[in-house]
Ligand binder design. Structure first.
Ligand SMILES: Nc1ncnc2c1ncn2[C@@H]1O[C@H](COP(=O)(O)OP(=O)(O)OP(=O)(O)O)[C@@H](O)[C@H]1O
Ligand SMILES: [Mg+2]
Length: 249
C-alpha cells in the first residue's frame, strides 16, 4: 500500500498556558479531499499553520509521502509541494491578477519582468481551471471575494503543489462565489494528483466536496468518517452536543 500524501502523528502545540493542539493524529491520502471541522477555537487554523510550515509543533511528527519531515518555514513546505490558501491574506490587492499569479515566482528576461509571458500563462491557466476573469491585467482589488479566492486557489495549483491546505475558502462568500470555489476544488479532484485539506463551517459544503471528514475537539481528532457515511444533522449534533457539555461544566 502506498503511503499517505501527508501523515500527522501526535502533534501538539501550546501558546503559553493555552493548549491549542493536544494530540492530533490524522492522514491525507493521495488525491483525497479531507474536510476538517470543529468549533471556533478548536485548533483547525493552528494545525494548518503547522502543516504549511508557519508554526513549529511542540511535539509530534509529520510525514510527506511516507518520509518524515521537519518543516522549517512556509517556503520549505512549499518546496515540498505543500501550499496554503489563507482566507483574506491570499493576494496583494494593488497588483494585477497575473502578477498575483506569479507572486514570488516572477518570470524574468534578465533583470526585467517578463510581463507578456506571465500575462499569457495566467490567462491560460485560469481558463484551464474554469476561472473566468475578463482581464488578467486588472488589479485584484477590483475583483469580488470569490474571484480573488479562486485566483489564490489557482495560484496554489499552478505552483505544482501536491498538497493544498484551504483555511475557510468559502467563508464570507455568496452562493455564486462559493459555488465557483467548490467547482474549482472538484476540478482539482478530477486531476487526481492533488490532495486537499479544507476547513469549513458549512457542513453541507463539506459533505458536498470532501471524501472524508475529521472533527477536531479538545485539541484532538474525535471523529473520522467517509462523507458518504455521514449526514449534516449528525455533524451538527456532534458539535452542538459538545458545545452544550462545555456550557454545563
Ligand atoms: N498565535 C497565537 N497565540 C496565542 N494563541 C493562539 C494563537 N493562535 C491561536 N491561538 C489560540 O489557539 C486556539 C485555537 O485557535 P485556532 O485559530 O487554531 O482555532 P480555529 O479552530 O481555527 O477556530 P475558528 O473556527 O474560529 O477559525 C484558540 O484558543 C486561539 O485563541
Ligand atoms: Mg480558524
Amino acid at each position: 500500500m502506498s503511503s499517505p500524501a501527508l501523515q500527522v502523528e501526535h502533534v501538539a502545540k501550546r501558546f503559553g498556558a493555552l493548549t491549542a493542539l493536544r494530540d492530533v493524529t490524522l492522514h491525507l491520502d493521495r488525491g483525497e479531499v479531507l474536510g476538517l471541522i470543529g468549533d471556533n477555537g478548536a485548533g483547525k487554523s493552528t494545525l494548518i499553520k503547522i502543516l504549511c510550515g508557519y508554526h513549529r509543533p511542540d511535539a509530534g511528527q509529520l510525514s510527506v509521502d511516507g518520509t518524515p519531515v521537519v518543516l522549517r518555514s512556509v517556503d520549505h513546505a512549499r518546496s515540498l509541494g505543500i501550499d496554503t490558501v489563507y482566507q483574506g491574506l491570499a493576494l496583494v490587492n494593488e497588483l494585477s491578477v497575473y502578477h498575483n499569479m506569479f507572486l514570488n515566482r516572477e518570470l524574468r528576461i534578465g533583470p526585467l519582468l517578463d510581463n507578456r509571458t506571465m500575462r499569457r500563462r495566467a490567462r491560460e491557466h485560469l481558463a484551464d481551471m474554469g476561472v473566468t476573469i475578463g482581464d488578467v491585467g486588472v488589479e485584484v482589488a477590483k475583483l469580488s471575494g470569490g474571484q480573488r479566492q479562486a485566483i489564490a486557489v489557482a495560484r496554489a495549483v499552478y505552483s505544482d503543489a501536491r498538497i493544498i491546505l484551504l483555511d475557510e475558502p468559502l467563508a464570507a462568500m455568496g452562493a455564486k462565489e462559493g459555488t465557483q470555489i467548490l467547482d474549482l476544488i472538484r476540478a482539482l479532484k478530477r486531476r487526481g494528483d492533488v490532495s486537499i485539506i479544507i476547513i469549513a463551517h458549512n457542513y453541507a459544503q463539506v459533505l458536498d466536496v470532501c471524501d472524508r471528514v475529521n472533527l477536531l475537539q479538545h485539541g484532538t481528532v474525535t471523529f473520522d468518517r467517509p462523507t458518504a457515511e455521514v449526514t449534516v444533522e449528525e455533524l451538527t449534533d456532534l458539535v452542538v452536543a459538545e458545545y452544550r457539555r462545555g456550557r454545563k461544566e
